[in-house]
Each structure stands twice: as C-alpha cells, then as structure tokens.
Design a protein around this ligand. Sequence first.
Ligand SMILES: [Zn+2]
Length: 179
Amino acid sequence: MKLPRTLKRIATAAAATLFLSVLAPAGASADDLSVADLNLRTPFECGQVWNANTRTNHNPLLSVDFQRSDAQGQSVLSSASGTVTTVADLGDESYGRYIIVDHGDGVTTLYAHLQTQSVAVGDSVSTGAAIGTVGSTGGSTGPHLHYEQRVGGTVVEVVLNGVEIYYYGNTTITSSTGC
Ligand SMILES: [Zn+2]
C-alpha cells in the first residue's frame, strides 16, 4: 500500500514510540531511580578518613566537598564501574579540571578541582579505579574534592556505601573502597 507522505510520517512515529516503550518500560524512568540502589562507593583509597562537608550556599546545593589536611595529590577513585564521559578543564573557573563517569541508568558522578586527570573520554573504569588526584583547580581556595551524584542530570543527595551524607553539615567518613 502506498501511503500519503503525512500518513507515512505518523506511521513511522508510532513505530518509534512502540520501540522506545519496549526499551524503557514504565517505572524505569530516571525520576524513579535512587542512588541508594547503586552502591556507590567513597571515592578514596581504603582506610582514608575524610570530612564530608555539605552547606546551604554550595553550588550545586547537594554537592559534597571532601576535605582533609593532606588532601592535595590524594588519589580520586571512581565510585562505581562505568564509562568516562567528560574530562575537561575550565581553567580558573568553576570546577577547574573535572571528570564525569556514567554508571548507566542515567546515573553519573562528578569529580572536580582535580590536580591531575588520568583517564580519557570513552574509557571504561571499574569500581575504585584511580581517575585522577585531588587538587585546587578552578574556583577553589584550597585542595579538596568537589563531588556530585546525578540522576538524569539532576544533582541528588549523595549516598555512599548505602548511607546518605548528612545535610547540612560535616560527616567524618572512613573509606572502605577497595578494602
Ligand atoms: Zn564544592
């Protein structure tokens, strides 16, 4: 059967919608996903103790700054397995040198103010893989790791090792990653 051009477009769109609904069943949208389900790990070596700081004037609001006295140069580890999607340098602005790792299902983690970046876009990383080192690049006044967890591009409350970080204030965290 030869369809008029407009009808052909509608038929194609309907087929595409059907295809997408099979790929993304109802109930699996990014809004429904929780980082608590993903077992994201503290981005530091086993046994290291860090202060996790959250505050109401942080941008983005739900980011975490990890601090300790000898932060500079410490290894930064991927919170979970995934694919590196961003390795960028904003110079003296904002995140400075930063990395984004995509963990699938719309979940990403972001690591900023890095001194060094040791992965490239497209690299596959495992949980606890070293991706760079802590620094003070970008809009930072001292060495620390600025860290974000995002679902569908939206920054969410950080959950590490199944425990939500305290908002707003300071939490002492001992990393168990790779232990
Ligand atoms: Zn920060």
